[in-house]
Design a protein around this ligand. Structure first.
Ligand code: AMP
Length: 303
């Protein structure tokens, strides 16, 4: 891999905070206001956000579809990207942007410089970009592999948000399920998760050498795909949708069967234990069903 690395003086956190202030001033960043609460299920404190206003992101997506229909061309918000949202170059293959419609403060998108489809499997270069960013501050990265996994844009993008994810411990709400894992070689399965998944514990010191971490964890990712039965069906295209989450301590991968339960959309963050609902009606539905059942209904049942 011939990556041109970000400079020695790369301080991602400063760039993100500076750029956020700039993007708010210029009107390019549209933070989405939410209310939040915890919903306990099977000992997990799921963190649920409820949109306070109609989703700006949904309206923007509707506009993109209308433009695509009238012009015959798909709108790609990452190529070209909005200058005001640009945060930093990462490598010769990736750069990072602020998420224009963020629910979580300092939500970053790690996008490929050239177009690659979101249904392509992750590459060694994706992993390298991910670890170069994660080495800069305590954070969680995720990848929504395809529309059914919750991706709303088809240009390849990994995503990164600062940790902790919620105001109380643990840093990632789903973490307690990983206390009891059965390992098949290096790949683990948590007995409390009622759906197909793969889990792997990482050596947290790996993050100190992002390029080396990329090589090791890219191999782990391929083992995890293999474990859950997701393959390359040609030219790097995935055989099925899935969510992928990484912290410096572990990686977690979940194949998907559905994007929605009724009107509730689930992406990788749902499998980290943080859910988003659009209104009180969806919250009522979620409370009735229970968060773990919601996850089970959009994942793949164990045989
Ligand atoms: P996902 O929905 O998981 O595929 O993530 C794509 C993200 O891109 C969404 O969370 C949007 O908020 C965000 N987004 C949409 N348009 C833009 C844009 N022009 N610049 C930066 N982020 C965008």
């Amino acid at each position: 891999m011939k990556a041109k690395y970000i400079s020695e003086s790369f301080s991602l956190w400063t760039k993100i905070t500076d750029r956020t202030e700039h993007a708010i001033r210029s009107g390019s960043l549209h933070s989405v206001p939410t209310e939040s609460l915890f919903l306990e299920d099977d000992g997990i404190q799921f963190f649920v956000r409820i949109l306070k206003v109609l989703s700006l992101k949904a309206e923007a997506k509707k506009r993109e579809i209308e433009i695509a229909k009238s012009t015959g061309k798909t709108v790609n918000p990452f190529l070209p990207y909005e200058e005001d949202l640009f945060v930093s170059d990462i490598s010769s293959t990736h750069l990072c942007l602020l998420n224009k419609y963020n629910v979580v403060k300092y939500h970053l998108l790690i996008v490929t410089r050239e177009f690659e489809d979101q249904e392509m499997l992750m590459t060694l270069e994706d992993f390298e970009a991910m670890w170069l960013c994660m080495a800069q501050f305590d954070s969680l990265s995720f990848y929504n592999g395809g529309t059914v996994a919750g991706a709303s844009q088809s240009h390849k993008h990994l995503q990164l948000i600062p940790l902790p994810l919620t105001p109380k411990e643990p840093k990632v709400p789903i973490e307690p399920v990983f206390e009891s894992v059965t390992y098949h070689n290096l790949i683990g399965a948590a007995s409390r998760l009622p759906f197909v998944h793969a889990f792997i514990r990482l050596n947290p010191a790996w993050i100190n050498s992002p390029t080396e971490a990329a090589k090791k964890t890219f191999d782990c990712y391929n083992d995890m795909l293999n474990f859950v039965g997701i393959k390359d069906i040609g030219n790097g295209r995935q055989s099925g949708p899935y969510n992928f989450i990484a912290t410096k301590d572990w990686m977690f991968l979940v194949p998907r069967s559905e994007e929605f339960y009724r009107s509730i959309s689930v992406n990788s963050l749902g499998f980290a234990g943080t859910l988003l609902v659009k209104n009180e009606e969806e919250l009522k539905l979620l409370k009735k069903l229970g968060p773990m059942n919601l996850l089970r209904s959009v994942a793949v049942a164990e045989q």
